[in-house]
Ligand binder design. Structure first.
Ligand SMILES: [Zn+2]
Length: 227
């Protein structure tokens, strides 16, 4: 396929992930969205502005012996602070997941697999039980082997609304700066992490594992002064 060129400055756009829908031009910071055969200019994007973050586009890491590369990222803001979500291009699928996310919040690192679609939860309050269909529990159970000890009711333990305040690189969807994302964390056993992002017709269930920075054996990190 011919490379896509930035409609704003003419530079070659990076679309290394076949799951990427949008990308931010490295040169002029225009947000560009890919359709079937053409591309659309969505305007200029602010940078992530996180000079103290060692993770960057091109950082390599490992999860359960599968290598990955950071292809893009989003910065999310809520009233208590912010966090980052990095879009990962996997060297090979992990448990039928073609891509993954690395959520970085206050020194905590969560590796999350491609989300599964679940019906919209009936209640959006802390303490409410989220009905996770059996086949999805099975899927998560097979992958998590041991992390998911029982099939207790999944209860909402934390809920927050966040807006996106910056993008970099490629993303598997077209980011909408004006959209508020409502995200709930579900109670789970051990290191298993279950997160639900609420939607109108359906919701996305993200599942994965909490790990330490060292576990990912990162390479090509950004050099931080004073580290
Ligand atoms: Zn450009």
């Amino acid at each position: 396929m011919d490379p896509f060129l930035c409609p704003q400055c003419g530079a070659t756009l990076k679309y290394t992930s076949s799951f990427a829908v949008s990308t931010v031009c490295e040169y002029c910071r225009s947000l560009v969205v890919r359709h079937d055969k053409n591309i659309e200019l969505w305007g200029k994007e602010a940078d992530l502005q996180d000079d103290l973050n060692p993770l960057q586009i091109g950082t390599r890491g490992t999860y359960q012996k599968t290598g990955f590369t950071i292809a893009g990222g989003v910065r999310l803001n809520h009233h208590e602070g912010f966090w980052h979500e990095w879009f990962l291009q996997l060297d090979q699928p992990v448990q039928n997941s073609n891509y993954a996310w690395l959520v970085q919040a206050q020194g905590e690192y969560q590796f999350l697999l491609e989300p599964l679609v679940i019906p919209p939860p009936l209640s959006r309050e802390v303490g409410a039980v989220v009905d996770v269909p059996n086949e999805i529990i099975k899927k998560i159970g097979v992958w998590s082997a041991g992390l998911l000890r029982d099939q207790d009711a999944f209860k909402i333990v934390d809920i927050r609304t966040a807006g996106m305040s910056g993008f970099v690189g490629q993303l598997p969807w077209a980011p909408d700066r004006n959209r508020q994302r409502m995200v709930a964390e579900l109670a789970s056993t051990g290191d298993l992490k279950l997160t639900v992002e609420f939607g109108i017709v359906s919701s996305q269930l993200y599942y994965g594992q909490v790990l330490y920075f060292e576990d990912f054996k990162f390479e090509n990190l950004k050099e931080i002064k004073g580290w």
